[in-house]
Design a protein around this ligand. Structure first.
Ligand code: EPZ
Length: 456
């Protein structure tokens, strides 16, 4: 048994103590999709009526988005996995820098706020750890719909200049299949005058989820999930009660957890069609996959062989699973090539996996991984959200104790990550508490008394 714990190196920052090697068995419940819910929350800005979103995970990203919406006047109440939102009285259309900076995804509020209020000021979200992440596709699309957009002192200031105070339908062709830009423009177009066509649209399941919510609010949207989307604008949208899709990235991460520990595991609920690329690669490396309606079971072979992956927009291999998959390849037989095509700086897990004895040669965004018999436990630090999951998975496959810091990344995007893994046989202890701000979401109950039965 290796042991690398040195209490002196651990300061007051929360950390995980992970005791490998765990063989997993049982069923993991998959949470609602973080990247869907964040945008569904922004869509509440499109209506004066109330919106109830079910299947909302408890995550810091969701809490930050909640804080941001509350700052601009949205009433919000959370009970278990249900979120109640009312954008009846938006006070301001200028988003606070600190919250936009904390959550890049909040930039999609530009579309609904502009469409509903006629103006919006939103700080440039800037780059982040995984890349520069420009926003010109959002802005170009809004300009095509008749908005005047200028960037002044790092703030994007957009307003509708037409006398009728509505955005105008437009024919937009995106230069890249941006998920965020497609979401911004779909939301803006639902309240625009006339028809909008978005070509080269992103096809991710989260886009379909957004379109389904908007359709339930009375919007007319055709073709979401394909590369050409048509939206016929409406004067108003109504409220709705809607359930977010299960998180395909969380599901993919747990499939990899099963594979890396060579354990049999079941997951539900999932939408199998959202997991096509990861299922294909897991089968190729020697796992068998059994799908029954909304449940999936993985049975890995004793020895897994290396396979190559190259990330690309949906339905390709998701960039958000690249880091966890690399952890798996570090323990597979043979040599694997992993190419990251979506973001320019998404290889932060490489140094940590190397610290665990893996053999990885990185050249730009291409990693050559030579599988080793076993990884060794270590003291590790997460550099971004998906890297944090990757190093937890690598740790559970080792013989011994690892220490993992940087948990604010993990808590952004994985609901009860270590609890879920412990339930199926892992031995992970969190020292220190989660950074989660649910208290602020309990404030607005009085605004939802007419939905009392739902709230009770
Ligand atoms: C979404 O980010 C997700 N975030 C990301 O998940 C995910 O990795 C990404 O889509 C790709 O699937 C949310 O949904 C909140 P993009 P987004 O705009 O919308 C370039 C996670 O770990 N681009 O589709 O910001 C861009 O630089 C996160 O949960 C432009 O060039 O991604 C990138 O290379 C991280 N110009 C590519 O497109 C633009 O104007 C894809 O970005 C916009 C984007």
């Amino acid at each position: 048994m290796h042991s690398v714990v040195n209490a002196n190196i651990i300061n007051s920052e929360p950390y995980l103590e992970v005791d490998g090697i765990s063989y997993l068995s049982g069923n993991i419940k998959i949470s609602g999709a973080k990247n869907s819910v964040l945008v569904l929350m922004a869509a509440s800005l499109l209506t004066e009526e109330k919106l109830v979103i079910n299947n909302v995970p408890e995550l810091t990203d969701i809490a930050v988005m909640s804080n941001l919406l509350q700052e601009i006047g949205v009433s919000l109440y959370r009970e278990a996995n249900k979120l109640y939102l009312s954008s009846n009285s938006i006070k301001i259309t200028e988003l606070p820098y600190n919250l936009v900076h904390a959550l890049r995804a909040s930039f999609v509020c530009i579309g609904p706020l502009l469409a509903r209020k006629g103006e919006v000021k939103i700080p440039m979200p800037g780059g982040c750890r995984i890349g520069a992440r420009p926003i010109e596709e959002h802005i170009k699309g809004l300009k095509a719909m008749g908005a005047e957009v200028i960037i002044k002192d790092g703030v994007v200031c957009a307003q509708i200049i037409s006398q009728r105070k509505r955005l105008q339908g437009a024919h937009i062709k995106l230069n890249c299949q941006s998920v965020g830009a497609t979401e911004t423009l779909i939301m803006a177009a639902t309240l625009a005058e006339g028809e909008t066509i978005i070509e080269n649209a992103a096809q991710e399941p989260e886009i379909q989820d957004l379109a389904n919510l908007l359709i339930s609010m009375g919007a007319q949207i055709f073709g979401a999930g394909s590369s050409k989307i048509k939206i016929i604008g409406k004067q108003k949208l109504n409220g709705s009660i809607y359930s977010a899709i299960p998180d395909r990235i969380e599901a993919g991460t747990f499939l990899i957890a099963a594979a890396i520990t060579r354990s049999e595991l079941s997951l539900s609920p999932v939408i199998p069609a959202h997991l096509g690329a990861i299922i294909e690669k897991l089968e190729e490396c020697g796992c068998s996959i059994d799908i029954k309606e909304n449940a999936i079971k993985i049975t890995p072979g004793k020895e897994l062989k290396s396979v190559d992956i190259s990330t690309s927009p949906f339905p390709g291999f998701p960039t958000d699973l690249q880091a966890p998959f690399m952890a798996l390849m570090a323990t597979a037989k043979g040599t694997s090539t992993i190419i990251e095509n979506v973001f320019e700086n998404r290889m932060q897990h490489v140094s940590e996996l190397k610290r665990m004895g893996s053999s990885i040669h990185l050249s730009g965004n291409t990693a050559l991984i030579e599988g080793v018999k076993e990884l060794i436990p270590s003291c590790l630090s997460a550099g971004d959200l998906r890297s944090s999951a990757a190093i937890v998975l690598a740790s559970i496959s080792t013989k011994g104790r690892s220490i993992i810091k940087g948990l604010h990344h993990l808590d952004r995007g994985y609901e009860n990550f270590e609890e879920k893994l412990n339930k199926v046989g892992c031995n992970i202890v969190r020292k220190g508490s989660k950074i989660y701000q649910s208290e602020t979401m309990q404030k607005g109950l009085e605004d939802f008394t007419d939905l009392n039965q739902e709230v009770a």
